[in-house]
Design a binder for this molecule. Sequence first.
Ligand code: ADP
Ligand code: MG
Length: 257
Amino acid sequence: MSQTRIITLFNQSGGVAKTTLTQNLGYHLALKKRRVLLVDMDPQASLTTFMGLEPDELSISIQQTIVDNKPLPIYPEPIHGMALVPADINLAASEMQLSSAIAREYRLKNGLLDVQDNYDFILIDCPPSLGLLSIISLTAATHILVPIQCQFKSFKGTELLLSTITQVRSHTNPRLQFAGFVPTMFDGRTAQESRTLKAVQEQLSEIGTVYPPIPKTIAFADASERRVPLALFDKNHPAVGILKKIANSIDKLELKL
Ligand code: ADP
Ligand code: MG
């Protein structure tokens, strides 16, 4: 059986740091000499952009695997020590193009089969929706990691998220496990966020590990503007230590038999 841990970062809300975490956790796993592949499953291709590529200028996209059933198009050179499968805007049409395809939920899972043993970790960055691309990403995963903002409205959204996971488990991926929840963009100065963090820790820890919160800081936007992981922009930033800690926990995730 493959030992590769395939982790899908999922939350149907946008702007909760899915892409930021995919890039940064991948980077810290790569620093630990783990072989890391990042897969961009969002038609907005933010991960591809954060990694320094121009989605419109590439001749490869995950769409080739998802729509055309072709081998996984891995970018020819590693970037910051990680392999990358880029996305582009054409991926947006795939949900329609696949509308009558048989076993379409398994397109990424099948595409990964040929290459997964070359990696210790595969991190999949989802679009902000409950649509087919997210289901395809969750079907391919061994684990799901959920970035969550400590605001009341995002906490409410977890009910919908959990029912999606239940659906995926009962239809396409019974082995899907929770890698846990990462509270993101946490502003400890506001009483409401501190209360919500406490509620997240109390209520969600029954479902999966709740990792230490990542502070809200402009440094992430600065790093992504320079198209590098945070540690390459400011290696002494306090958030770097937290990312490292989370990566260490992810590194210990086990596979269900
Ligand atoms: P998603 O992929 O969930 O839509 P992104 O990772 O693209 O979210 O993040 C959305 C925006 O928030 C980006 O501009 C990113 O730089 C910024 N961001 C990410 N993490 C943090 C943080 N901890 N504090 C402040 N801004 C953040
Ligand atoms: Mg994103």
